[in-house]
Design a binder for this molecule. Structure first.
Ligand SMILES: [Zn+2]
Length: 196
């Protein structure tokens, strides 16, 4: 029998996480450029972010065969050597009216591929997060790179740095914590019952 897939989170009904989502009206728009191979990863958090935020869209790109464009209002969250670190000085002085923040969703290698597939990347404005805390997500995905966050975490930290309401950030943290707990619960359950 075919597995029932949730139309909202695109996961099998047995591991649907829709009930944990609390929607947030984020004042800064988020544009997620997702590597095609990340699309159906069970541990991926881009779709969770899209469902949790009123102003968030995902565009799926296969960097091997297609390119994408930055728009005038886009600022890319990506730690290049010349990226501006998000500090309170930056927030106070930069004109962020109507700006949209671009997040690359994939492994570091995939994110680099996505950046190379950006047609007008030479025009990009890059920013990087100032936080260096250990990723909450590291229990699920091993990463050696310091400051490497899941897409959902990166967006949460970004919105926090941009001065979003603390109640909104708390709601996102709450959703993420529930997501992690749920993922760990599924992992444990799968060990005992691989059919799930
Ligand atoms: Zn669902």
């Amino acid at each position: 029998m075919a597995r029932q897939i949730c139309e909202r989170c695109y996961r099998p009904q047995t591991v649907c996480y829709c009930s944990i989502i609390k929607r947030v009206d984020n004042p800064f728009s988020i544009r997620i450029i997702q590597h095609k191979l990340e699309q159906f990863k069970a541990k991926g958090t881009a779709r969770l972010a899209e469902l949790s935020l009123d102003n968030c869209d995902i565009e799926i790109v296969d960097p091997n065969v297609e390119s994408w464009m930055l728009h005038a209002q886009d600022i890319v969250l990506f730690p290049t050597d010349d990226a501006t670190i998000l500090t309170s000085d930056y927030i106070e002085t930069a004109d962020l009216t109507n700006k949209r923040f671009v997040i690359l969703d994939g492994t570091w290698r995939q994110a680099n591929q996505l950046m190379r597939a950006c047609q007008n990347r030479h025009k990009a404005s890059f920013i990087a997060l100032g936080v260096t805390d250990k990723s909450l997500y590291s229990d699920l995905r091993k990463t050696k790179k310091k400051g490497a966050f899941s897409t959902f975490e990166a967006i949460t930290y970004l919105l926090a740095d941009l001065g979003c309401q603390s109640s909104q950030i708390s709601m996102l943290e709450h959703t993420f914590k529930h997501f992690l707990d749920f993922q760990l619960f599924i992992q444990k359950k799968n060990k005992h019952d691989p059919a799930i």
